[in-house]
Design a protein around this ligand. Structure first.
Ligand code: SF4
Length: 450
């Protein structure tokens, strides 16, 4: 984060940010940072020197809520003035303002664009609730943004909200229905990011395969990818593909647009048709295997990541075994497994036959033990190959570097470690360079510069 030397700033409070949650929330944090900087506030990464701390919270599951609340309690005990934004503020605005005297304002998920106005009112002594009941806003390229993900990587939110109603998911309640940005708006932001030297652009939303449905009457991800193919950014990665949206046309765009990485992140959640129907994902119930076959047919080199939920109410041993067989058969490159979290306000919370937490954890452990040798052997296939690696860290003393190749998304997957090099010829952070892979383990690859 930056600090601004200006005498005019002396009268304004210093603001720090605490961020919790997903990368969609992170983009909102970055917009708030940009707005406050533009308005002349001094923004610091150091909470202890700030007068006001904006906590952009998460409320997706119980664990995330607890993390958010721990942060709020810690700041309250330090007598900081707190502005609570994000999903927890959307979810529990009144409770937060009532129970936490240090909470000076709550800002909803569709209201963060008003952060400067909210802060001004807080400075005047007001307690502010700025939470739209139904969030409808989505930020675009005209909203100032201060990126926090380094010089080479940027997230780009193509849509906000979700029109689906998966039984376990609170997101539509917290973020509203889907609203997409236009292709022109997204391309315009991508061009700005290209000018800033971004090498990897990651497209995000709740369901990126549904991009455009609300404004164009049909999904337009393929058209968007072709349009982004004209932008000078070497890697474009797509997150959150709903399997039924991976039509031939979309997969063709993955294949034909040279800067779109063949990396498919498909949160499948389960394999058994009855569990998927109970999850209110009926369209997916009969297509899992056929979609994966189609992907492998059209994109033989595709890297596949998925996330699954175990312990959904009523999940029988037989249904779990179906899922375990699916994981064994499909040989995903990357797998995340979550135990079901009973979220008040979701349809699944009220379902009978809730699964004991210990059973859910044992099922999670079993899936991970199936996946571990698969992940390792998927990584091992790269030994001896030369791949492009985006350099992300470089130790000036030892010359050791780390980076990522196309098969690794930031934060969730592994990294590529490069052995120490002749320091005079190590590439700069932010460059994409060819690397010969010489080793692999369960998570990461090792290699040397070619
Ligand atoms: S598609 Fe994703 S965001 Fe939408 S309701 Fe289902 S799990 Fe939640």
């Amino acid at each position: 984060m930056h600090e601004q030397p200006s005498s005019e700033l002396n009268t304004k409070p210093t603001v720090a940010f605490a961020h919790i949650g997903c990368e969609k929330n992170l983009v909102d944090t970055e917009h708030m940072l940009g707005l406050l900087s533009q308005a002349g506030y001094r923004v610091s990464s150091n909470e202890s020197e700030a007068n006001v701390v904006v906590v952009n919270t998460c409320s997706f599951i119980q664990d995330a809520r607890e993390e958010s609340v721990r942060k709020l309690v810690q700041l309250a005990s330090q007598e900081k003035e707190i502005i609570i934004s994000g999903c927890l503020a959307q979810h529990f605005s009144d409770e937060l303002l009532e129970s936490l005297p240090q909470a000076k304002a709550t800002v909803g998920t569709g209201d963060y664009q008003h952060i400067v106005d909210v802060l001004k009112r807080v400075e005047l002594g007001e307690r502010v609730k700025k939470v739209s009941l139904t969030p409808t806003f989505v930020g675009d390229e005209n909203l100032p943004r201060y990126r926090t993900t380094g010089d080479a990587v940027a997230y780009l939110k193509v849509a906000e909200g979700c029109d689906y109603r998966c039984a376990f998911c609170i997101i539509p309640k917290l973020r509203g229905d889907q609203r997409s940005r236009s292709i022109e708006s997204i391309v315009s932001e991508a061009r700005l990011l290209a000018q800033q030297g971004i090498k990897e652009l990651i497209l995000i939303s709740q369901i990126t395969t549904n991009y455009g449905l609300d404004i164009y009457g049909k999904p337009k991800l393929a058209e968007l990818l072709f349009a982004l193919g004209e932008v000078d950014i070497p890697w474009i990665r797509v997150h959150y593909a709903y399997p039924t949206g991976l039509s031939k046309k979309v997969l063709n765009a993955f294949k034909e647009v040279p800067n779109v990485l063949p990396y498919l992140d498909l949160p499948l959640q389960h394999s058994h048709p009855d569990v998927l129907r109970a999850m209110n994902r009926p369209w997916q119930a009969d297509v899992n295997d056929s979609v994966l076959d189609r992907i492998r047919d059209q994109l033989p080199e595709a890297v596949l990541r998925t996330t699954l939920i175990v312990g959904f109410p009523g999940e029988t041993e037989t249904q779990f075994d179906h899922l375990a067989d699916f994981v064994q058969r499909q040989q995903f490159d990357h797998l995340g497994v979550f135990t079901f979290s009973q979220e008040e306000g979701t349809a699944a919370a009220a379902l009978p036959n809730q699964i004991d937490a210990e059973i859910a954890q044992a099922r999670k452990d079993k899936l991970m033990s199936i996946q571990q040798p698969i992940a390792e052997s998927r990584n091992m296939r790269f030994i001896g190959r030369t791949v492009d690696v985006l350099i992300e860290t470089r130790d000036l003393e030892t010359g050791e570097m780390t980076g990522r190749c196309a098969r690794f998304a930031p934060e969730v997957d592994g990294i590529v470690r490069l052995k120490s090099q002749d320091k005079t010829r190590t590439p700069m952070v932010g460059n994409i360079v060819p690397v010969l892979i010489t080793g692999a383990d369960l998570y990461d690859l090792t290699g040397e510069l070619v």
